[in-house]
Design a binder for this molecule. Sequence first.
Ligand code: ZN
Length: 272
Amino acid sequence: MPELPEVETIARDLRPHLAGARIRAVRVHRRDILRNATPAALSRALLGRTIASVDRRAKHLVLTLDDLARLVVQPRMTGSLHVTNARRRDPYTVLEIGLAGRGRLVFRDVRRLGVVLLLTARRWDAYTARLGPEPLEAAFTHDTLARALRGGRLAVKKAIMDQRRLAGVGNIYASEALWIAGIDPSRPAEELGRGEIAALHGAIVGVLARAVEGRGTTVRDYRTGTGEPGTFQGRLVAYGRDGEPCLRCRRRLALTHAIDGRATYFCPWCQS
Ligand SMILES: [Zn+2]
């Protein structure tokens, strides 16, 4: 599932094509991707509007219209977005948005697990208020992370993946950051000391920034906004490396599903 670096890459790739473009057509091919609007209501809200900006919030792509309504796309497992001029339509296209003089934005989703939401400016405020702080913003400090980890006896991995506590970190970058910080993913979050929180903060910010620079991680389905795989999969230090030597202590990395049923990759020797 695309996490912060993947959706950030998609937003950056799409921005030059979409920002300032006027919407001249809306075609919904699979209405089950719409969560809170009918195809007709979506068309009414979008037609004739200009896309003012293209951003990312947590793991979601956000198109802001000139009336400040938002079109939010959650790509989930197999969703991808690109802009094309091609006439032929891919059979997995779920939504197309035609842009005056700029081709069309295509949302493609093989398993149709993605979600498209249409939010008024007021509903957007409520939506974004429920999400945690953005880890790549300057305001994300050690104290911000300490607050995100407070409360409940949650495993630290589960806490940093909770989108209400911290935005944008999912299963891949949680395993990566905890390995880099040398912290056992199953440790109760509120037990971490100040030094460990500082290490985890640096690890989260560092790995997300490097993954953005590498245009994201393609394990299977993720594609950038220009249709290519990311490159960060070649630089992962923990995720998917069970049985392989730890890059720090050379002993074998392990895989567990004990935290929330999700795959967690870690070094049983040097993450304590
Ligand atoms: Zn190790």
